[in-house]
Design a protein around this ligand. Structure first.
Ligand code: TXA
Ligand code: MG
Length: 332
């Protein structure tokens, strides 16, 4: 019999499925996650298998409250507590030392665990009713674009009997900020996101150091592989000032190109250049970005050219994702 994913809004059905040790895709404010009961090792293993994710890439543990998250870790320090009260529920993932509740399968054998309290009403309610933590990586095949709507998850796993909890389009649209909080006096940003370095600095005391290690390779953060978050189209990036010149010179003679830009299409550009105008507000840009990647693939565009936002605030995280999406497509 053919298998296919099924979309639901029924929390009771979702809870039964998770307790049985099956996977369910759940909405969060960032992107959809592929969730399993974190207390069932076999269920957690299914996440790696379905995503095609290497087993040495650890998973984020999602909890219904900070109190619950602290049960998953040991050595909670004042830094972690301040960040939790400022940003949870929200798009901040904290890496701390793990407690005995957390298995090796989740952490890929590391002593640390990544925890967060997601800010989505349905998933928060689910976590509270379930009374267990959920592991949830983004609900896409490994290395591909994270889903920001329920139908994106369907597209990712068309032949699986996977239940998808529909919570509408994700508000933020790119993955959470990940910070290493194991040292009380210094915080390392492992993956940039909606919660920025400036916002984190405002919460912490003077005297803390904040290191942006998003380009270092001493910790295993799979979202930090140089090539990630990639659509099938070859992605090229250009600054706002260079975009038109880039399009004029490249020509794109081998196929049509989709352009994502904050400006209007100049009239003299060829017809094979299809324009998607987006807001210059980084919040709106981030929220639509992955859906536009998917649209380019759905329409079969071999090329996608994206205007890089200004590298400040949320723009830093958007540039990070765009650079990873473009990594294997460099042309000259
Ligand atoms: O917004 C998000 O974070 C989404 C939603 C579903 O919550 N989740 C997400 O999960 O992006 P995933 O698995 O696609 O990315 C999680 C990242 C990976 O790069 C993983 O390597 C890193 O978190 N990570 C997990 N545990 C870690 C740990 N103990 N130390 C360092 N990095 C860790
Ligand atoms: Mg991911």
């Amino acid at each position: 019999m053919d298998q296919a994913p099924r979309i639901t809004t029924d929390l009771t059905e979702v809870i039964v499925e998770l307790k049985k040790g099956n996977l369910v895709a759940v909405p969060t404010e960032t992107v959809y996650g592929l969730a399993a009961d974190a207390t069932q090792v076999v269920a957690v293993s299914k996440v790696f298998k379905l995503k095609g994710r290497p087993i040495d890439h650890p998973l984020i543990v999602h909890c219904g409250s900070a109190e619950y998250a602290w049960k998953c870790v040991t050595g909670v320090n004042a830094t972690a507590e301040s960040l939790a009260s400022a940003f949870w529920p929200g798009a901040l993932t904290m890496v701390l030392n793990r407690s005995d509740l957390i298995s090796d399968v989740i952490t890929a054998g590391q002593d640390s665990v990544a925890v967060r309290v997601p800010d989505h009403p349905l998933t928060l309610q689910l976590l509270k009713e379930l009374q267990r933590p959920l592991v949830a990586p983004s609900a896409n095949r490994f290395g591909r674009v994270s889903p920001t709507q329920a139908d994106h998850v369907q597209e990712e796993f068309p032949n699986q009997s996977l239940l998808i909890l529909d919570g509408g389009p994700c508000k933020i649209g790119i993955e959470s900020t990940i910070v290493d909080c194991r040292q009380a006096d210094s915080v390392k940003i492992l993956r940039p996101g909606k919660i920025t370095e400036e916002q984190i600095k405002q919460v912490l005391n003077f005297g803390h150091t904040i290191n942006d290690t998003t380009n270092s390779d001493d910790l295993r953060v799979s979202g930090n592989l140089p090539a990630h978050y990639a659509p099938s189209a070859r992605v090229h990036l250009a600054s706002k000032n260079d975009l038109v010149e880039f399009l004029e010179h490249h020509g794109f003679d081998h196929g049509p190109v989709m352009v994502i830009s904050t400006s209007d299409k100049p009239l003299h550009l060829k017809n094979n250049i299809v324009w998607q105008r987006v807001s210059s507000q980084p919040e709106e840009f981030a929220q639509k970005l992955y859906a536009l990647f998917r649209e380019a693939d759905r329409q079969g565009f071999p090329y996608l050219v994206v205007e890089l936002p200004v590298r400040e605030g949320l723009g830093i995280a958007i540039c990070d994702r765009l650079q990873r999406a473009a990594h294997s497509s460099n042309i000259n």
